[in-house]
Design a protein around this ligand. Sequence first.
Ligand SMILES: *Cc1c(COP(=O)(O)O)cnc(C)c1O
Length: 377
Amino acid sequence: MTNRIYMSSPDVSDVEEKYILEALKSGWIAPLGPDVNSFENEMADRIGREHAVALNSGTAALHLALLAHGVGPGDVVLTSTMTFAATANAIKYTGAEPYFVDCLPETGNMDPTLLRETLTALHLAGERVAAIVPVDLLGKCVDYVTIGQLASEFGVPLVADAAESLGAFHEGLPAGSWGDTAIFSFNGNKIMTTSGGGMLLTDNEEIADHVRYLATQARQPVVHYEHTDIGYNYRLSNLLAALGRAQLSRLDEMIARRAGHRAFYIELFSEIEGVEIFGASTHADDNFWLTSVLVDPEIAGFDAKALSMALEAANIESRPLWKPMHLQPVFRSSRATVNGSSQRLFERGLTLPSGSVLSDQQMAVVGTTIKRFVENA
Ligand SMILES: *Cc1c(COP(=O)(O)O)cnc(C)c1O
């Protein structure tokens, strides 16, 4: 690899090598196998869910969660505007229309007051809201207590997009345990990875069974493969599930490492005026997936873009927060309830190297580069 310092690259060790080699030697190469079952059981145990279904991406997990809740053409699905496009894309795959809701400025998570306003307005207009999909931004859970109450009050299923928050908590309960169903992603830059993969969690056996069925081409259990539904090829392979099990065994260690990076940045920026750590006031329960800062150019004397360019010049990766979905050309015609909070986060935010593989020496290089930039700005 190059000596570039990345934001969040995969963290693999001898443990991963051992698990994958064992799976390879076991002969379970063809898609499913015992590691898939073990990975699902270990994850369900950790999160405290009845069922877990391993899939080949977080996007696939979202797609099947929505289908399992009966979402289809003509439906409206409320989701966070502050998210990665995968959330909104999965809604479109079902033929439903995403409707974006703006965020709380402190966390970037869905604003429950705006959600209530939106649900009320759509209810009065006689429109069917088929699901609510809030997103745990950068590893912090949304306010599931309030949003869960709203979902029950309006009788709408809650699908938690916990792709970024594995290992986080809300009110003492783990991310992934909230909502009628929840999904995780194990993509390459997430807190743990299967190189590509995802999982759906639920306490509802019917939903779990239906998702397993849809994920394996919707084959009826007869030898000649009878089909009565359109299916998908969305299951996680046994080899990748072995990688997932190894990563899960190291998850707490990897979270601790990322928490250390957060502490490093808090210390570094405590002296720098006009730059605050995004979400610092509420970070106790998050998984520290990514650490971002918000730059107020009036006070700092520089903006997030300039800081990003200085880092790039030193071969250090950084990136703005997600560009809100209601500002994306592809979703221009989608409806949204917005108040400017997500746009402001997009304009001021910058995500810094946060991966658990980063060494103390690499973090020191990031720190020195930032200090030098700020002194000369
Ligand atoms: C990564 C991510 C996804 C998609 O997961 P994949 O495994 O990459 O398909 C969905 N939602 C959010 C919020 C994500 O960050």
